[in-house]
Design a protein around this ligand. Structure first.
Ligand SMILES: NC(=O)c1ccc[n+]([C@@H]2O[C@H](COP(=O)([O-])OP(=O)(O)OC[C@H]3O[C@@H](n4cnc5c(N)ncnc54)[C@H](O)[C@@H]3O)[C@@H](O)[C@H]2O)c1
Length: 260
């Protein structure tokens, strides 16, 4: 069935909620899923940023109803109930959740601040848990769905200075595997994506000024930094019926960084 398989990344009629969508990879995922036909709900602490991306999605797709922007703190359970309810109220269903919002902070473990450690766990790990729990009733009502948890290379291997961030991203991997088993029989799939170095504001301090994509990156086997679109292709696959039998799995998209 190659023709049917080729069509299976069509998301027409589907609704996807993407957290942390005001910029960076989340904005890229919203654009890609909308281009594949989905209606997208963009959530972020930065409501104005999310609205600007939503406006660009509406313009690019030519669909005035293609995107909705909402203010959202992923660490807040009540906020999750509100944004899922608004998504269903606006579009009638929810099929896809991309748990993308996160914070990145680094420090040698002996100097790691306790409050910052707790904050990273709260946003990067408790946030996706709250999202899974809040989204499940809507995904069940839709007859199934896909949850995509954005982890990191730091969720696959140890990296100096990453005790807090790495703990949150390894935790997300464990959450995903167990949660996937709880809901697999209901047609709800949960997977992790592990980006390597991706050119976004999150790692602006590393990439510095100028065009990071034009530079050579000798420590990355592919010799280039990734773009949000590099990750969006995998997110599209996991959001769509092309990955109907894929759950509880982990996918690196890192130019070979994690394979070393
Ligand atoms: N950029 C990289 O190199 C890289 C590498 C590996 C993994 N990742 C992961 O990819 C995902 C996207 O990262 P990015 O590079 O686009 O980051 P980014 O910092 O550019 O964007 C993150 C977005 O999340 C939002 N956000 C932060 N805290 C939030 C909260 N409590 N509630 C709601 N929104 C919140 C921010 O406002 C921001 O718009 C993250 O999960 C990150 O950990 C990034």
């Amino acid at each position: 069935m190659p023709a049917a398989l080729a069509r299976s990344t069509d998301l027409t009629g589907r609704v996807a909620l993407i957290t942390g969508a005001a910029r960076g990879q989340g904005a890229g995922h919203a654009r890609t899923l909308a281009a594949a036909g989905a209606s997208v709900v963009l959530t972020d602490l930065d409501e104005a940023g999310a609205e600007a991306v939503a406006a660009s999605v509406r313009a690019a797709t030519g669909r005035p109803d293609a995107a909705l922007a909402l203010r959202h703190d992923v660490a807040d359970a009540a906020d999750w109930e509100r944004v899922v309810a608004r998504a269903v109220e606006r579009y009638g269903r929810l099929d896809v959740l991309v748990n993308n919002a996160a914070l990145w902070r680094t420090a040698p473990v002996g100097e790691q601040d306790e409050e910052e450690f707790r904050t990273l766990l709260s946003v990067n790990l408790v946030g996706p848990f709250l999202g899974i729990r809040a989204a499940l009733p809507a995904l069940r009502a839709a007859g199934g769905g896909s949850i995509i948890n954005i982890s990191s290379t730091a969720g696959l291997k140890g990296i100096p200075g990453h005790s807090a961030y790495g703990a949150s991203k390894f935790g997300l991997r464990g959450l995903t595997r167990s949660a996937a088993l709880d809901v697999a029989a209901e047609g709800i799939r949960i997977n992790t994506v592990h980006p390597g170095m991706i050119d976004t504001p999150m790692i602006g301090a590393v990439t510095g000024d100028g065009d990071a994509t034009a530079r050579d990156w000798p420590h990355i086997p592919a010799r280039r930094i990734g773009t949000p679109e590099d990750v969006s292709g995998l997110v599209l696959f996991l959001a769509s019926d092309a990955s109907a039998y894929v759950t509880g799995a982990e996918f690196a998209v890192d130019g070979g960084l994690g394979a070393q």
